[in-house]
Design a binder for this molecule. Structure first.
Ligand SMILES: O=C[C@H](O)COP(=O)(O)O
Length: 233
């Protein structure tokens, strides 16, 4: 299991990278689950950190027609949410066209929202098929709504394990997010995602607040313990 922490700018990236995290993610939490920051911030953070750590970028929702052309070539991956796409028969083609305009060096993430009915996103099975077709490197399961509990309120441990296995059958990594908290680490360990992604758990107040070093430090320590137990098991 690798630990990914989402940050909104270069100041937060500098704080987070003092700790032994595995991946950095750029997003503006005020603009939603996968809210995008600005291309200026992408450029600053990716150029500063890409040599030490993989940096991913959230581009927002497909329905907002984000523009990935300014994504820096050294970015590790990009992700686009599919909220509102369940009723759009051409969403796979729209996603393909959007991802085709990003730099070829950057890998693609297929995102499934666990609160699928709220998000009105495609079903996981349909997403999996498109992820294989688009040669996505990662399947991310996240939550669209950030005020109604964690991903575990929407999907069981068994369902998440099945999703991880399904992702692996198409050679995708399986990333898990969705208001994960430190107390969720035992169940996260059972699900064994390749990537555990957090923001709110390491912020003051909630995910829209600033990174809290005390919470980050405590979370990283607990994550390291959980990871070593998972490796032994
Ligand atoms: O990529 C990870 C997400 O930013 C997770 O955010 P969250 O922990 O606040 O749900």
């Amino acid at each position: 299991m690798q630990l990914l922490v989402s940050v909104r700018d270069a100041v937060e990236a500098e704080i987070v990278c003092r700790y032994p995290i595995d991946r950095l993610d750029l997003k503006e939490p005020r603009w939603g689950s996968l809210g995008a920051t600005s291309p200026d911030i992408w450029q600053t953070v990716v150029s500063q950190w890409h040599a030490q750590i993989g940096v991913s970028i959230a581009l927002g929702e497909l329905s907002d027609s984000p523009d990935p052309t300014a994504v820096p070539h050294q970015t590790e991956s990009i992700k686009v949410g599919l909220a509102g796409c369940s009723g759009l028969p051409d969403w796979p083609e729209r996603l393909r066209m959007l991802y085709a305009t990003a730099p070829k060096s950057v890998s693609r993430v297929a995102v499934f929202y666990a609160d699928q009915q709220l998000a009105r996103c495609p079903l996981f099975e349909d997403l999996l098929e498109v992820a294989a077709d688009l040669q996505c490197a990662t399947i991310l399961v996240d939550t669209f709504g950030k005020t109604s509990g964690s991903v575990f309120g929407h999907l069981t441990e068994t369902q998440l394990i099945q999703m991880r296995r399904a992702a692996h059958t198409i050679d995708c990594q399986f990333a898990l997010a969705g208001s994960l908290q430190q107390h969720d680490l035992p169940i996260i360990k059972n699900v064994r995602p390749d990537i555990v992604a957090v923001r709110g758990a390491v912020c003051h107040h909630d995910r829209s607040g600033h990174i809290c070093e005390r919470r980050l430090s405590t979370f990283v320590t607990a994550f390291e313990e959980s990871r070593s137990i998972a490796a032994e098991g």
